[in-house]
Design a protein around this ligand. Structure first.
Ligand SMILES: *[C@@H]1O[C@H](CO)[C@@H](O)[C@H](O)[C@H]1NC(C)=O
Ligand SMILES: *[C@@H]1O[C@H](CO)[C@@H](O)[C@H](O)[C@H]1NC(C)=O
Length: 403
């Protein structure tokens, strides 16, 4: 190699190495290869498995192309240092969007300090009708189980959702809930879904084609199974850690068998967890038949509920639900929720008892913090408490479980 060539080579490798260092710094590859941004820290340093501590939640927030800003807003609205968060922009979004979301997340001082938010870097397809949705939820719960031993419940949210209570309220009310209970809306009355969603055989191209295409329909239909009973319900739920371990680790074959069966159903996210939990003797008594969401449906229901707006605000507040869907991006009713319920400032996390930054409006109250295991319920927790109490009475009588 001549002197000139060698110099060029050295310069090239130096540039290449600095590029690598630069990339791994902004993407955080060093800590976790499947995430473009990972603030991964041992959770137990914050929460601890102390007796009598308030419960913690693992949130999975999913979105697609164009959802960066509303996912970030939703994260701020449901943020609490004790919880864990996993954000996923499906394959129809771009890697630029994922990096931008990571940058926004990193800009929040408490997120940087508590290290409890991750953004998935290697995305999955978000085919709405097909089975890739269930695969993505199972993957999210696996990641959350793996990175964090401290949370009690797993909550699924989409970019179109918003909370109706603070995390202090949620944790406060759930302090008295047995940690093995699963809030999952379900019924064995399949109605129109039997013919339109279970009997048709479909294949989700998201499982084997890189490009986004229509779902594939077979010409034949299949009979209903008789080895197990099918249950259906809302695709939004709050599931216990122990039930998700059952689904993900699969020491009993039921979760795996049903996963294979529902791979070929339409909208399996409305069947999978419902059928697993109700066909399992171990878990069927842990079901609470409600999704804790406020939604307004057409009659008969369409694919998605109505978009909510300011005219729904009163009804939303009085519903006793924890979350609502669905909202248009930056709908004025979200500002009402921020201002009246969450007391959340623009681009700031929802304040809680952990925030110690004073109340001066110029300063973010959550830019400094104290004990994160202290909760301060707001005036809005009572409605939510009432609806949970009522649901827990149902559980006692077992009148509304897996029927
Ligand atoms: C579930 O409830 C039924 C009916 O009360 C009871 O017979 C059964 O033992 C319970 N199963 C478990 C695992 O607790
Ligand atoms: C709010 O939604 C309702 C029902 O979808 C609609 O009739 C009404 O015009 C909307 N109001 C505003 C202010 O957008």
């Amino acid at each position: 190699m001549g002197a000139e060539k060698k110099w060029v080579f050295t310069l090239f490798s130096a540039a290449f190495i600095s590029l690598l260092i630069f990339i791994s710094t902004i993407f955080g590859f060093s800590s976790s290869y499947y995430m473009p941004f990972s603030s991964h820290k041992p959770f137990t340093s914050v929460v601890g498995r102390v007796q009598g501590r308030p419960p913690a939640f693992a949130y999975y927030i999913s979105g697609g192309h164009g959802d960066v800003d509303r996912m970030f807003r939703l994260l701020l609205a449901v943020y609490h240092p004790r919880n864990r968060y996993l954000l996923h922009i499906s394959t129809d979004g771009t890697s630029t969007e994922r990096v931008k979301l990571g940058e926004l997340v990193k800009s929040v001082p408490s997120v940087r300090a508590f290290g409890n938010v991750d953004v998935i870097g290697k995305p999955d397809p978000g085919t709405y009708m097909g089975s890739s949705n269930v695969a993505a939820v199972l993957r999210a719960s696996s990641i959350l189980l793996k990175v964090d031993g401290g949370w009690d419940w797993f909550i699924t949210l989409s970019a179109k959702d918003y909370p109706l209570i603070t995390q202090d309220d949620l944790s406060h009310v759930f302090s008295l809930v047995k940690r093995d209970l699963n809030f999952i809306d379900h019924t064995s009355d399949l109605g129109f879904k039997e013919d339109q969603r279970v009997k048709p055989i479909v294949v989700d191209p998201g499982l084997y084609l890189a490009r986004r295409t229509q779902i594939f329909h077979a010409t034949e239909k299949r009979p209903l199974p008789d080895a197990y009973k099918i249950f259906t319900g809302s695709p939004w739920f709050t599931l216990s850690r122990s039930f998700l371990e059952f689904c993900v680790f699969g020491w009993d074959n039921l979760p795996r068998t049903l996963l294979m069966y529902f791979t070929n159903a339409v909208l399996p996210q409305e069947f999978y967890f419902h059928s697993v939990i109700c066909n399992s003797l171990e878990f069927r008594n842990t079901t609470v038949n409600n999704d804790l969401r406020f939604m307004v449906w057409d009659n008969p229901p369409k694919m998605e509920p109505h978009f909510l707006n300011t005219t729904n605000f009163k009804q939303m507040v009085e519903s006793g639900a924890g979350f609502a869907r669905q909202f248009k991006k930056d709908d004025p009713v979200l500002d009402m929720v921020d201002e009246k319920i969450l007391q959340r400032g623009h681009n700031r996390v929802t304040p809680g008892a952990w925030c110690k930054g004073g109340s001066r409006w110029l300063m973010d109250p959550c830019s400094r913090w104290g004990n994160v295991n202290v909760l301060r319920p707001s005036q809005y927790f009572k409605k939510f408490q009432e609806s949970i109490d009522k649901l827990l009475d149902d559980v006692k009588s077992q009148s509304n479980q897996c029927r």
